[in-house]
Design a binder for this molecule. Sequence first.
Ligand SMILES: NC(=O)c1ccc[n+]([C@@H]2O[C@H](COP(=O)([O-])OP(=O)(O)OC[C@H]3O[C@@H](n4cnc5c(N)ncnc54)[C@H](O)[C@@H]3O)[C@@H](O)[C@H]2O)c1
Length: 327
Amino acid sequence: MRVCRVGLVGAGGVAQRHARVLAGFDDVRIVGVTDVVAEAAARLAGTTEARVFADVPALLSADLDAVYVCVPPFAHGETEEAVLAAGAALFVEKPLALDRETATRIDRLVEQRGAVTAVGHYWRYLAAVDEARLILADRPARLVGGVWLDKVPPVGWWPRRDRSGGPIVEQAAHVLDLARYLVGEVTEVWAVGNGTPPDVDGADVDGATAAALRFATGAVGTLGTTCALGWKHRAGLEVYADGLALSVGEDGLLVRDADGERRMPGDLEQGRTSVDRAFVDAVRGIGADIRVPYAEGLRTHLLALAVAESAVTGRPVRIPPLEPAGV
Ligand SMILES: NC(=O)c1ccc[n+]([C@@H]2O[C@H](COP(=O)([O-])OP(=O)(O)OC[C@H]3O[C@@H](n4cnc5c(N)ncnc54)[C@H](O)[C@@H]3O)[C@@H](O)[C@H]2O)c1
């Protein structure tokens, strides 16, 4: 395959970002786009050479190598099934779904088909995260503190729990994924929501959530989210080990230890480009650096759902250990 033929499902904010990045790769052709809102598809197509297709089956008839699924959380399921049935590689934006069942069903299909997949957890490609992982490789984390402190995003579905899954599932999934990548699996969570939705029409999600996390390694942690601000304040993770304090996230890396303090600036564009480059390379068979295939994204999704469930029930939720491969 010399050129990777890509289709886009969903033409909103994140699809526009992927389209921009993919348009910069000379071995990718964005063949088509579809969206339930035809004008959205037409707008995105107007910025690329892509054609507008009426629906997913029509898009999939265009001999695609890969499809980006960039729909809101409530709209996952049938599209992924159709993409996999058509034999195309699958890039899915997080969160994978609203629930466990849909994402688990797709995961099984991915495994049966042996499909190339990737999930949009691009933080794993940030240079600051690479550096943090190196530093933590031989320093067991003791305490972890994750935050996502933000405004309400400007999309109508976001403040509704039955559309977005809420801030933990929709946003803080990035922080939870980073915690898993740097510290390891979480075995138990306990969370509380503040019960006060943000001040926007139709909102029913918690405006703030606090969670406690227990890691398999023995580390303990917290996760705090709020959407009560008028700006994006911070999204990232603090990790403390013996004689080491490390702060990593969208704003880069800050490390403090016996040698003093050093910083590495954040570069989101680099992560956003690398996640697409790694996917295209894997689809073309010229690379093997997909850091979050669907099964790995599912682990993060199940963790986020456990935190969200605990915030609703007020009870701790245990997360079952990974089943051995093939079970
Ligand atoms: N990885 C990241 O950094 C990142 C950044 C932003 C958004 N996201 C994720 O991407 C997803 C989409 O976010 P967005 O900001 O692009 O939302 P958006 O509302 O701007 O765009 C979503 C688009 O999908 C379309 N759509 C809805 N249902 C559809 C269906 N069944 N088939 C085809 N199109 C459909 C909508 O009409 C809309 O145009 C969300 O889950 C969000 O969490 C990820």
